[in-house]
Design a protein around this ligand. Structure first.
Ligand SMILES: C[S@@+](CC[C@H](N)C(=O)[O-])C[C@H]1O[C@@H](n2cnc3c(N)ncnc32)[C@H](O)[C@@H]1O
Length: 207
């Protein structure tokens, strides 16, 4: 991603919401109305932070949240192809005031069914996964097209040198030079692995 940024394929800006607080101590959180544990991010600094972003109205605005739709490879691809400009809002504490979501956010996205302390890691996970689908970001476009989740399958096992390691050998087919057989072996292995670990990814009529 560093290389892609340098080459101008990708631009990433980080905005510190605290810089937009009008409080003299730069406070950004307060107690929740109705009571309950924890603090909530106040709307004003977040709202002003959004307004400071050139073209924010047209950008696709995401709030990373455990309450969102769970992120996956297909979504990362759609976002890379579908949006020129994405803004990701990271929550902290108990999250953000609902009015920010109502006023500004297009979609809430979760990176999995667990709760993290803040949205920074989810945002970084998403930026990494989305960037891989932008032309010129990966060295080899082919490597993205054969990875796990493409065609609803997990990736097949892979081997490199040496041919023997700690008594384990590289499968003969991979050094046979027969590309058709190699492709067949890889497809079989990918299906076997997916059936074992993630049958939910496979089509029902898959054999
Ligand atoms: C401690 S969490 C808040 C959890 C919130 N009170 C709830 O129960 O849904 C603080 C922030 O971390 C981020 N976060 C935590 N877990 C996440 C997840 N699984 N996916 C995306 N963002 C997450 C969100 O931005 C959230 O506002």
């Amino acid at each position: 991603m560093g290389r892609a940024t340098k080459d101008g394929k990708l631009e990433i800006n980080v905005i510190n919401i605290r810089d937009f607080s009008k409080d003299k101590h730069k406070k950004c959180d307060d107690y929740t109305f109705g009571g309950g544990p924890g603090m909530l991010m106040m709307p004003q600094p977040i709202y002003d932070a959004f307004l400071s972003i050139p073209g924010y109205e047209k950008a696709y605005k995401i709030y990373v949240s455990p309450k969102g739709k769970v992120f996956n490879q297909e979504m990362s691809k759609q976002m890379a192809k579908g949006y020129e400009h994405i803004i990701i809002l990271c929550g902290h504490y108990e999250g953000v005031d609902q009015r920010i979501l109502d006023l500004l956010i297009d979609e809430e996205i979760s990176i999995g069914d667990y709760v993290l302390t803040g949205g920074e890691l989810p945002a970084m996970v998403m930026v990494d996964a989305i960037s891989r689908h932008i032309n010129g970001v990966l060295h080899s476009e082919e490597s993205a097209s054969i990875e796990s989740f493409e065609n609803g399958l997990l990736e097949y096992p892979q081997y490199t040198k040496p041919r023997e390691f700690m008594g384990l050998s590289v499968p003969d087919v991979l050094i046979s030079g027969d590309h058709k057989k190699v492709d067949m072996w890889r497809l079989e292995q990918a299906k076997k692995l997916t059936r074992q670990r993630r049958p939910d990814l496979m089509n029902i009529d898959e054999d």
